[in-house]
Design a protein around this ligand. Structure first.
Ligand SMILES: Cc1ncc(COP(=O)(O)O)c(C=O)c1O
Length: 399
């Protein structure tokens, strides 16, 4: 069958968040007002000093760079990691790719053999299990609950370990729940992580976005015993409102960095040179825009969570970080939507979109059935208007 497609893609699903973004764009094109709570990107502009640095770089950055990032950007990652996370890697540990998603893909390629198990606490970011499956691996989900702040317990982690456990993924603060591990919660996991012998991938891309004085603690800082198999994933997308620039990185032991160099050397080569210069300026530049964005997100979080909890049938925990709320919406099941009766989070999102123009993503693909993910990377007035429409729609809905 010369026209057949490779079977490996049969096992993976398209990105649910990107699908909802496309659906919302379609509706908007018909002239409908759409409230965009689906996308995982800050609505702020990239800071001016970063854009200026990129403009200056246009004059000089028109050639290939080192495959996994310029020496100066990898050094900047180390400087920023020491400043923000309290531990000091070296540039030979840093691999810069085309966004953190690309970096995680490279890691899956470099680490996962067919049949390997990767432990993923649920709710999880949609791409982790799909990337594992792409390389024949098996995601092993560990359920967490809203009552426990969506934090995985050491007992639950221990129960999920097997001789095939190749890696354990921790996302803190988390997309989609906003959960974040406190120092004590991380410390409790360390003995089990030590026991596991597995790679530990900590996705800290939302590490700067924590609220109410919560301290984001980097596992690498408090667990030197794990550093020879600890991988930290991070990037500029969320902290510096730079989603479109596509720069992310991982910090790994040097021998893994050399494998990633091999992968990237046969695929993308270096990430865009100008974007690397911009990322360096973001990491080493003034911090006031980061503080301003964090303060804006904190105010939006308060409005989003209060607004959701004011809707009959919706219950929303207060997230510690990131910019997502993950309310339970099972109380809306039973509402009529044309010929249908709502009976899943997916049904709820389609009903919301139809009746109120609210685009948010159903929890199922995040391992959070019965919940809907609302991104609050949008203005307080938009949050208020949309949630008051939703509250009215729920009150007047037929059941
Ligand atoms: C938890 C998490 N990790 C990684 C990424 C990837 O970010 P990027 O590829 O823009 O660096 C995202 C983006 O939504 C995310 O939510």
């Amino acid at each position: 069958m010369p026209t057949a497609l490779a079977q490996r893609l049969d096992a993976i699903a398209p990105s649910a968040t990107l699908a909802m973004t496309a659906k919302a764009a379609e509706l908007r094109a018909t002239g409908r007002k759409v409230f965009a709570f689906g996308v995982g990107e800050p609505d702020f502009a990239t800071p001016e000093h970063v854009r200026e640095a990129a403009a200056r770089a246009l004059a000089t950055s028109s050639h290939y760079t080192h495959v996994t990032g310029t020496q100066s950007l990898r050094q900047a990652v180390c400087t920023a990691t020491e400043r923000d996370r309290g531990w000091a890697p070296t540039p030979d540990q840093v691999s810069v790719g085309v966004g953190a998603k690309h970096v995680l893909f490279n890691l899956a390629l470099a680490l996962v053999d067919p049949g390997d198990e990767v432990i993923v606490p649920a709710p999880y970011w949609v791409s982790y299990p799909e990337q594992v499956r792409l390389f024949g691996g098996v995601p092993r989900f560990v359920e967490t609950s809203a009552e426990d702040g969506f934090v995985m317990s050491p007992e639950a982690l221990r129960a999920a370990l097997s001789p095939r456990t190749k890696a354990i993924v921790l996302c803190t603060p988390s997309n989609p729940s906003g959960a974040a591990y406190s120092r004590a919660e991380l410390e409790a996991l360390i003995p089990v992580l030590e026991e596991s012998g597995a790679w530990i991938i900590v996705d800290e891309i939302y590490g700067e976005l924590v609220y109410d004085g919560f301290e984001h603690v980097s596992l690498a800082r408090i667990a030197p015993s794990l550093r020879d198999r600890l991988i930290v994933v991070d990037g500029v997308s969320k902290t510096y409102a730079m989603t479109g620039w596509r720069i992310g990185w991982c910090i790994t032991p040097p021998h893994l960095a050399r494998q990633i160099l091999k992968v990237q050397g046969q695929s993308t080569t270096n990430p865009t040179a100008v974007a690397q210069a911009a990322a360096e300026a973001a990491l080493l530049g003034p911090r006031d825009t980061v503080r301003e964005m964090r303060a804006a997100f904190a105010a939006r979080r308060a409005r989003m969570v209060a607004g959701l909890n004011a809707i009959p049938g919706v219950r929303c925990p207060l997230p510690r970080g990131a910019f997502y709320a993950l309310p339970e919406v099972t109380g809306l099941y039973g509402i009529r939507h044309g010929e249908k009766v709502l009976s899943s989070a997916d049904d709820v999102t389609l009903w919301q979109l139809d009746t109120c123009g609210i685009a948010a993503v159903a929890g199922e693909p995040f391992g959070a059935p019965g919940r809907v993910r609302f991104s609050y990377a949008t203005s307080e007035s938009v949050i208020e208007e949309a949630l008051s429409l939703l509250a009215d729609a729920v009150r007047s809905a037929k059941r």
